[in-house]
Ligand binder design. Structure first.
Ligand code: MN
Length: 130
C-alpha cells in the first residue's frame, strides 16, 4: 500500500472514477460524501493526502480546507482541490483556503495520478526527504 488518500466528494460517479484510479495505483482510499464527515475522517485517519471537491452540500470545500488546516496533525498533509470551477481567481481562492493545489474536473484519467503524486513529491521535498 502506497498510502491513504481521503476523497471528500459528494458525486458518486466522480468518486467511483477517482477511487478506481487511486486503487489501481496502489493507494488505500477512504471516502466522505460531505465536508463535516470529511473533517472527522481526516482527524481520525491522518491520511497521506486529501482530495477535496469544492462544490459540496452544507459546507463548501473552501470552508472544509480552512477547517482542516486548523488541525496541527494535518499541517503537512497535502490538500488538493478537485473542482470544475475553472475561472480565474478560483485557483487563488483554493490556495487561500489552505489547499496545496488544484485539479480540474472533469479529471483526465491519463494524467490524474501524476497530478496527485506531484503533491507527494512537493511534500517530501518540503520535509527534506527524497
Ligand atoms: Mn460536488
Amino acid at each position: 500500500m502506497k498510502g491513504k488518500i481521503l476523497v471528500i466528494e459528494d458525486n458518486e460517479q466522480n468518486l467511483y472514477l477517482v477511487r478506481f484510479i487511486l486503487e489501481q495505483n496502489g493507494y488505500e482510499v477512504f471516502a466522505a460524501l460531505d465536508g463535516q464527515s470529511g473533517i472527522e475522517m481526516a482527524a481520525s485517519l491522518k491520511p497521506d493526502l486529501i482530495l477535496l471537491d469544492i462544490q459540496l452540500p452544507l459546507m463548501d470545500g473552501y470552508a472544509v480546507a480552512r477547517n482542516l488546516r486548523q488541525d496541527p496533525a494535518l499541517a503537512d498533509t497535502p490538500i488538493v482541490a478537485v473542482t470544475s470551477y475553472a475561472m480565474t481567481g478560483d485557483r487563488e481562492k483554493t490556495i487561500e483556503a489552505g489547499c496545496d493545489g488544484y485539479i480540474e474536473k472533469p479529471i483526465d484519467p491519463d494524467t490524474f495520478m501524476a497530478q496527485v503524486e506531484q503533491h507527494f513529491i512537493i511534500r517530501d521535498q518540503r520535509s527534506g526527504g527524497q
